[in-house]
Design a binder for this molecule. Structure first.
Ligand code: PBG
Ligand code: ZN
Length: 334
C-alpha cells in the first residue's frame, strides 16, 4: 500500500469542491421532525425561557407555528401538550378528545394533509405528581395501570388523526398495550414509534420547564425517573428495551437523547431492520445556544457538526428543535 510521500490524504481535502464530492450529506428535511409545544388558550406564543427560539403555542396558532417549518420541507412534527384542567393521579386530561394535542392534530391535518403528524404519548404533563404513571397509595409506580392510560391517550390521538403515536413513559408492556388498543379501535394504519431506548438523562431539564412536567418527590416516589427510564451506565439493558419494543409491535424505534448516546444509536441500528429515530433533546439544544451566546462557538457550526454526528451514527429520522431552522443551517433543498 502506498504511503507518504506518495499518498497524501490532504489532497482529498484541499478545496471545498473536492471535499463536497466525498462528504456525506446531512439528511434532507423530509428526514427531520420538529418537536413543539401546544397549550390550551388562545393567542399564545410564549418563548420558553430555557429554550430560546422555541415556543409554546396555543391551539389556534399551531398552524401559524408549523407553516414556516412545512415550507422548509421538514417532513414531520411531534406534538407535546398541556392541560388547563386539574391534574390528577392518572393524568386523565391526557385522553380528553378535545385536549390541546387532539385539537392541534385536527387543525394541522386539515391545513397540511401531507405533513406527518406525530404525538408524544405520556402522562407526566397531566399527573399532579409529574410522574409518567399513576402512583399507588404507597408511592409505587403502577406500571400496568399506566399502560391502560397510555392506550387511551394513543387512541384519542389516533382518532384525532395523528399519523404516528409515540409513547415515552418507559412502562413495561406499553407498546403491546397500545398496539392492541389501536387495533381494537380500528386504527391499523397508525404508526407506533416507541421511545424505546430512552435514558434517565440530565438533558431533559429545559423540556420539563417548558412542559411543567418535572417529577415531584412524593412519599414513596423520588423526584426523578430513574426507576423507569434506562440507566446510562447499563447499555445492554437500554438496548434490550428496543429489542422488546420491536417484539411488542413498534414500527419505529428511538434512541434518546442523541448526542450523549451516539453509541446506542449505532447499536440499536445494528440489531434491527426497523427505522431508528434519534431525539436530539432540549438540553442538547440549549447547551449549544448557551455556548454560542457566551461567544464560545458559532451556533451554525455547532448545529451542523452535532447533527452530522447523529446522522453518522445511523439515525434514519432526526427529531430536533433545530428542524424549525433547517434552511438557515443546512440550506434549502429541493
Ligand atoms: C415525557 C418526555 C420527556 C421528553 C420527551 N417526552 C421528558 C422526560 O422524560 O422527563 C424530553 C424531551 C426533551 O428533553 O427535549 N415523558
Ligand atoms: Zn412522561
Amino acid at each position: 500500500m502506498n504511503t507518504f510521500p506518495d499518498l497524501r490524504l490532504r489532497r482529498m481535502r484541499r478545496t471545498a469542491g473536492i471535499r463536497a464530492m466525498f462528504d456525506l450529506e446531512i439528511p434532507g428535511p423530509a428526514k427531520w421532525c420538529w418537536p413543539t409545544f401546544v397549550v390550551p388558550g388562545t393567542g399564545l406564543r410564549e418563548e420558553i425561557a430555557s429554550m430560546p427560539g422555541q415556543f409554546r403555542w396555543s391551539v389556534d396558532r399551531i398552524v401559524e407555528a408549523v407553516e414556516p417549518v412545512v415550507r422548509q420541507g421538514v417532513g414531520s412534527v411531534l406534538l407535546f401538550g398541556q392541560t388547563d384542567r386539574p391534574k390528577d393521579n392518572g393524568g386523565s386530561a391526557a385522553w380528553d378528545d378535545h385536549g390541546a394535542v387532539q385539537e392541534a392534530v385536527r387543525r394541522l391535518k386539515r391545513a397540511f394533509p401531507e405533513l406527518t403528524v406525530m404525538t408524544d404519548v405520556c402522562l407526566c404533563a397531566y399527573t399532579h405528581h409529574g410522574h409518567c404513571a399513576p402512583l399507588r397509595p404507597d408511592g409505587a409506580l403502577d406500571n400496568d395501570a399506566a399502560c391502560e392510560c397510555l392506550a387511551k391517550v394513543a387512541v384519542s390521538h389516533a382518532a384525532a388523526g395523528a399519523d404516528v403515536v409515540a409513547p415515552s413513559a418507559m412502562m413495561d408492556g406499553q407498546i403491546a398495550a397500545i398496539r392492541a388498543a389501536l387495533a381494537e379501535n380500528g386504527f391499523d394504519d397508525t404508526l407506533l414509534m416507541a421511545y424505546s431506548t430512552k435514558f434517565a438523562s440530565a438533558c431533559y431539564g429545559p423540556f420539563r420547564d417548558a412542559e411543567g412536567s418535572a417529577p415531584q418527590a412524593v412519599p414513596g416516589a423520588p423526584a426523578d425517573r430513574k426507576g423507569y427510564q434506562a440507566s446510562y451506565a447499563n447499555p445492554r439493558n437500554g438496548l434490550l428495551e428496543s429489542v422488546l419494543d420491536e417484539r411488542e409491535g413498534a414500527d419505529l424505534l428511538m434512541v434518546k437523547p442523541a448526542l450523549f448516546y451516539l453509541d446506542m444509536i449505532q447499536s440499536v441500528r445494528a440489531q434491527t431492520l426497523l427505522p431508528v429515530a434519534a431525539y436530539n433533546v432540549s438540553g442538547e439544544y440549549s447547551m449549544l445556544i448557551a455556548t454560542a451566546r457566551q461567544g464560545w462557538g458559532d451556533l451554525g457550526d455547532l448545529v451542523r457538526e452535532s447533527s452530522a454526528a447523529i446522522a453518522r451514527a445511523g439515525a434514519d429520522l432526526i427529531i430536533s428543535y433545530w428542524a424549525s431552522r433547517y434552511a438557515e443551517f443546512f440550506g434549502a433543498r429541493a
